[in-house]
Design a protein around this ligand. Structure first.
Ligand SMILES: Cc1ncc(COP(=O)(O)O)c(C=O)c1O
Length: 341
């Protein structure tokens, strides 16, 4: 296997994650064998894909002598929750700029009328400073909000490090480049040679890492990101931009023709963080059939999309298909009302 010159990385996730078949589901579908890369098991509360990117992002923050992390996301952001927990583990202050999906007024730090749920609950529990902004203000003023909070910490003698949405940038790309040799070892061990890997795509970093990693390690496989928001063109641009930034930051050379970005945007449904009844049915079905828990914001939507594609015959002729389970359980807890259990 090609030897790659990785930048500094903190060893934070429980790796390698398990790789397992969902044989009862495959039997029900009468289709290919479905394998799951269990990145929901990268840790307990740190569960999910963000920790892989943050291993590289936080190494860079520490290298630069930063003591405060400023990042952003939706109110139920898994990335923000992972950053809050890792900040506490590493003794770094964390400030989260969050987009309030449902309410119009700005909530003051730590003051809420209702009880914080899911990821937001863990953000508070781990001592992160939280600033919640109304959706319009967040979308319009995000660079100014980052600037405001960075200046605020600088004025008090701290050194902030800013992390973009989902830690998806040139540094975060390393997280899933680093996962590719793990996948190759999984395939060798189980004796499979899959042609397709599916995963949920939200801020593009997982897809950028897997796509760049497959090119670097010459893994001939189709990596298909199922969009959970935005459209195909958005992800084509975003994933390419992350890969280009990664190449220029770290001097990585790749044949442009070795980078193929594949996105399926047919399963976004009503919008980000909103799922259809069919997605909730898939979540319920997989939980009781296989004991694997998906969420309605990312993995449930993407897994539902993959099953739909299998049912439509789009993957006919393929014996093994891989799904990267990128976590999200706390987002499911925040939407438990939709499951009427
Ligand atoms: C659970 C989960 N799965 C998938 C994704 C998508 O990953 P990415 O943001 O790297 O596209 C995210 C975050 O956006 C996530 O929290």
């Amino acid at each position: 296997m090609r030897s790659i010159d990785y930048p500094p990385r903190l060893s934070l996730a429980r790796l390698p994650t398990p790789f397992q078949p969902l044989d009862r589901l495959s039997e029900q579908l009468g289709g290919p064998r479905i394998w799951v890369k269990r990145d929901d098991l990268t840790d307990c509360a740190l569960s999910g894909n963000k920790i892989r990117k943050l291993e590289f992002t936080l190494a860079r923050a520490l290298e630069q002598g930063c003591d405060t992390l400023v990042t952003c996301g939706g109110v139920q952001s898994n990335h923000c929750r992972a950053t809050a927990i890792l900040g506490a583990q590493l003794g770094l202050k964390v400030h989260l700029i969050l987009r309030n999906e449902g309410r119009n007024e700005e909530r003051r730090e730590g003051v809420t009328n209702d009880i914080p749920d899911g990821n937001l609950f863990l953000d508070y529990l781990c001592g992160a400073q939280v600033s919640l902004y109304e959706k319009k203000k967040f979308q319009h003023d995000l660079p100014e909000l980052f600037d405001h909070w960075c200046k605020y910490y600088q004025a008090s003698g701290r050194k902030p490090y800013t992390i973009p949405t989902g830690a998806s940038d040139g540094t975060g790309v390393w997280g899933y480049v680093h996962c590719v040799p793990e996948l190759i070892a999984d395939f060798d061990k189980t004796g499979i040679n899959p042609r397709t890997i599916f995963h949920a795509t939200g801020s593009g970093g997982t897809q950028a890492g897997l796509t760049a990693g497959a090119a670097l390690y010459q893994l001939a496989v189709n990596i298909i990101g199922i969009a959970v928001c935005d459209n195909e063109q958005y992800f084509q641009n975003k994933v390419r931009a992350d890969i280009e930034q990664w190449q220029s930051l770290y001097g990585v050379e790749l044949e442009p023709s070795s980078i193929t970005i594949q996105v399926d945007d047919r399963y976004v449904g009503p919008g980000y963080a909103q799922a259809t009844a069919e997605v909730f049915d898939t979540i319920r079905h997989l939980a009781s059939l296989e004991g694997v828990i998906f969420d309605p914001i990312y993995t449930g939507k993407a897994f539902h999309g993959m099953i739909d594609k299998i049912r439509r015959g789009e993957l006919d002729g393929q014996s093994d298909i891989v799904f990267i389970h990128t976590g999200g359980i706390f987002g499911l807890l925040s939407q438990r009302d939709f499951l009427s259990i």
